[in-house]
Design a protein around this ligand. Structure first.
Ligand code: ATP
Ligand code: MN
Length: 465
């Protein structure tokens, strides 16, 4: 690395004025002045702002190259940073040399000055991160990922890598992608039954929908762990908050009950939000002005106040008696739809709410059955705009209750022998939850579609790039 090469984020700081340096990035705009020089806005992705380069007409390549620069060209500019007389920037770069690394034909480069819709930008997912919005989102996504690691590391949770290929279906009913090396064309031709003994793993295998079951084995050894990796769901839901491939954070802690789990979830979310406010100020200002007016105040007030709590039964009463009209009917025993979640958070609570004690009939077998025999020690964190952001529970630690729940769910105990062993040998109360990373990014940035907060979204019918 050349000694005096600095990123634009640093070049823009007032205290950098006076430095001789080099900046490397991509041209956003060029404007030629009547005085015989040009202003070139250069962005290198390190921050939202550009550095304004002032390119004097005396540069050797001024007429041949500088005056031909257009959006998307890559350049290396050397010169001196000086205080800028212009508004909105502390510094500008007085160029002594400007080298063009790569041209970008303005006839074919898609990101011209005009604004494109997010839908259109998805068609150029390989270039869209060069726009203000997408780069701000991706820097914020990075901050959230860092905060997740920092929070858990500081609280004694060990980062654990759970497998992506699995032969067990964590939810019992999850829709999973199959992993196979069988020759599907041959199978289709022969029309015969599928012989999994000839498949790679000698049995059916899938992409994981959750790292939880494996995570529990580590929590009951290391005490506190978290997984953070890609998860896959083959559900055919074309919504603004579902992806076929998304990143999930799943802490799991031994000797935690539901109350401990909820406290962990609240502290965790507040830490993420605080870090975004403190470390992504410029990007957050942008979201506040351009994406969702008021998002900064919203996040700030969430950090300052305790989360609301409500049982599922209370929530149903509220939904049954309120004035709102819902597309899906609601009564005790039915799962909440997005419209119900949004009513509770946006209209009733006007902030995040933790719903607890769901009917056992709508929750997976591993959630702990409560004394009433009808509900489980589950908790979902719902937030305005997004709905469910976290789903968690205290896990069933009693061997007999767990196995009878598995039977009810139609699951084969032999397939889960190792999971059941955790209840056979030194069982302990334990709890955990799953946060969808993209939903957290959506909430913090105010972006309305989940496809715009992951670099390359995978959804039904779309695995381009
Ligand atoms: P939903 O009811 O919203 O479909 P879920 O109850 O199926 O979600 P869980 O199995 O509880 O989801 O997964 C834990 C978390 O993972 C959710 O709270 C959510 O933040 C996230 N999540 C689940 N499914 C998806 C998906 N298809 N795309 C993105 N994030 C998801
Ligand atoms: Mn859930």
């Amino acid at each position: 690395m050349q000694d005096n090469w600095i990123r634009v984020a640093e070049a823009r700081k007032a205290e950098s004025a006076g430095r001789d340096c080099e900046v490397r990035g991509w041209v956003r705009t060029r404007r030629d002045s009547k005085g015989g020089f040009s202003f070139i806005e250069v962005n290198d992705g390190s921050c939202l702002g550009n550095i304004q380069v002032v390119a004097p007409g005396e540069l050797d390549n001024y007429a041949d190259e500088v005056q031909k620069l257009t959006a998307g060209c890559s350049v290396v500019v050397a010169g001196k940073l000086v205080e800028s007389p212009a508004k909105g920037q502390a510094t500008e770069l007085q160029a002594t040399s400007l080298r063009v690394l790569g041209w970008a034909d303005p006839e074919t480069y898609p990101l011209q000055k005009k604004r494109h819709s997010f839908e259109k930008l998805r068609e150029w997912a390989h270039l869209r991160t060069r726009t203000n919005t997408l780069s701000a989102v991706m820097r914020t996504r990075n901050q959230i990922s860092q905060s997740i690691h920092n929070f858990f590391h500081e609280n004694g949770f060990f980062y654990t890598h759970t497998p992506i290929i699995t032969a067990s279906d964590c939810e019992g009913a999850g829709e999973m992608f199959r992993v196979t090396t069988l020759d599907l064309d041959m199978l289709a031709k022969s029309g015969g039954p599928v012989k999994f003994e000839y498949d790679f793993f000698e049995k059916p295998a899938y992409l994981t929908v959750s790292g939880q079951l494996n995570g529990e084995t580590y929590a009951t050894a290391l005490g506190r762990i978290y997984t953070f990796g890609p998860t896959f769901r083959a559900e055919n839901s074309n919504t603004s908050r579902h992806l076929a491939e998304f990143w999930m954070v799943e802490p799991e802690a031994a000797f935690f009950d539901l109350a401990d789990d909820m406290r962990l979830a609240e502290d965790f979310l507040k830490r993420i939000f605080t870090d975004c406010l403190n470390h992504c100020d410029e990007d957050m200002q942008f979201f506040d002005q351009r994406i969702q007016p008021g998002v900064i105040d919203q996040i700030r007030s969430v950090v300052e106040r305790p989360f609301a709590h409500m049982t599922y039964t209370e929530a149903i009463k509220i939904l049954e008696t309120c004035d709102a009209r819902f597309d899906y009917p609601i009564s005790w025993g039915t799962d909440l739809q997005a419209e119900h979640e949004r009513y509770l958070t946006e209209v009733h609570v006007k902030g995040p709410v933790i719903l607890t004690d769901y009917p056992s009939s709508i929750k997976p077998f591993y959630m702990r059955v409560s004394d009433d025999g009808k509900t489980v020690a589950a908790m979902d964190v719902l937030v305005p705009g997004v709905g469910e952001i976290i789903g968690g529970s205290q896990r069933e630690e009693r061997l007999d209750v767990l196995t009878s729940r598995m039977t009810e769910a139609g699951l084969n105990e032999e397939d889960y022998w190792w999971y059941i062993d955790l209840r056979r040998f030194g069982t302990v109360p334990h709890a955990g939850f799953g946060l969808g990373l993209e939903r957290a990014v959506q909430y913090v940035t105010g972006m309305s579609n989940i496809r715009d907060v992951i670099p390359f979204p995978r959804t039904p019918g779309n695995a381009d790039f």
